[in-house]
Write a protein that binds this ligand. Structure first.
Ligand code: F6P
Length: 340
């Protein structure tokens, strides 16, 4: 059997480990050979294909980014779905492993209904995909954010300032919640739980007047009470979704106005997506890649590999798409006890 593999959407630490896991398991356990499509669906549509023998994936599990490149090319634009099937035929590819987030998996589901043989591998640092307990890349993003926040704390304490740190999280506040708890933040602001700025200012004041440098961790999609939608001054991305980022800077001004405390904001941005994956993410990504090769060899097309507890499972692609995995209110309430 000959399989294609691609990485699509925003990148994420662990993508190379998935590719390596799939190629090695294919070679050693399933008699499957691989080719890689460069830059996600763009490579499929533009015939940009590279052979992926075992030697090509040597030593890449610990490398950040993706050796195949990625893009936000939408394979369904302008009726391109026929072109996907046609390209796979041309390259004698029997099926495809598509590693991606929400947008990629939704496209994979539609292509699968049209007869393209696809296995999905869920990917996002945001950890917001349904039908899998954790996505690889999340642990690395939390670790990176926590290290950055620890540094911001020492400069904040020296200068008696309030420090605001904006982290990613388009639909869900998982990175903010975990990095905020890990670094002992005095307030964690997530999209699932709107709050008034007066409440945030009260927590900041409470920390400040007990001699601490207040630390606020805010997810990019947090919506302050009274606002209708996340702060998005930078237009739409290629999937038509608002480009987020900047709420931290807005809060810097508003919190300083409300409290009178010297305040500084830092936007961590794409630093959270770069660099080497943690050991946890390397193991998870390797297992998912190996399982994807096994699912293809078994003909389980139209499914996605996922983490259930400590086991790797197969779920229908559709199951991954219905609902986003957001932070439950109980997890926010648990963290809130320590705010202020
Ligand atoms: O979906 C993952 C994510 O990292 C979001 O948290 C963020 O809003 C988005 O990607 C940024 O995407 P881009 O790389 O297109 O700026």
């Amino acid at each position: 059997m000959r399989l294609g593999i691609l990485t699509s959407g925003g990148d994420c630490p662990g993508l190379n480990a998935v590719i390596r896991g799939a190629v090695l398991a294919g070679a050693l356990a399933y008699d499957v050979e691989f080719v890689g499509f460069r830059d996600g669906w763009r490579g499929v549509l533009d015939d940009d294909v590279v052979p992926l023998p075992r030697a090509a994936v040597r030593g890449i599990a610990g490398l950040g980014g993706t050796m195949l490149g990625t893009s936000r090319t939408n394979p369904l634009r302008d009726g391109a779905s026929g072109a996907v099937a046609e390209s796979l035929r041309r390259h004698q590819v029997d099926g495809l492993i598509a590693i991606g987030g929400e947008g990629t998996l939704a496209a994979a589901q539609i292509l699968s209904e049209q007869g393209v043989k696809i296995i999905g591998v869920p990917k996002t640092i945001d950890n917001d995909l349904g039908a899998t307990d954790y996505t690889f890349g999340f642990d690395t993003a939390v670790q990176t954010a926590t290290e950055a926040i620890d540094r911001l704390r020492t400069t904040g304490e020296s200068n008696h300032r309030c420090m605001i740190v904006e982290v990613m999280g388009r639909n869900a506040g998982w990175i903010a919640l975990h990095a905020g708890m890990a670094s002992g933040a005095h307030a964690i602001l997530i999209p699932e739980h709107s709050l008034s700025l007066e409440q945030v200012a009260a927590w900041v004041n409470s920390a400040y007047y007990r001699g601490r440098a207040p630390l606020v961790v805010v997810a990019e999609a947090f919506v302050p009470a009274g606002q209708a939608a996340p702060y998005s001054p930078r237009g739409l991305d290629t999937f038509g979704r608002p480009r987020l980022g900047g709420i931290g800077m807005l809060l810097e001004r508003l919190i300083q106005e409300l409290t009178g405390i010297d305040t500084r904001a830092t936007v961590l941005g794409h630093i959270q997506r770069g660099g080497a994956p943690t050991a946890f993410d390397r193991v998870l990504a390797t297992r998912l890649g190996m399982a994807a090769a096994g699912s293809a060899a078994a003909g389980a097309w139209g499914t996605m590999v996922s983490l259930r507890g400590t086991d790797i499972a197969n779920v229908p692609l559709a199951a991954a798409l219905g609902t986003l995995k957001t932070v439950p209110e109980s997890r926010f309430k648990e963290a809130e006890v320590l705010f202020g």
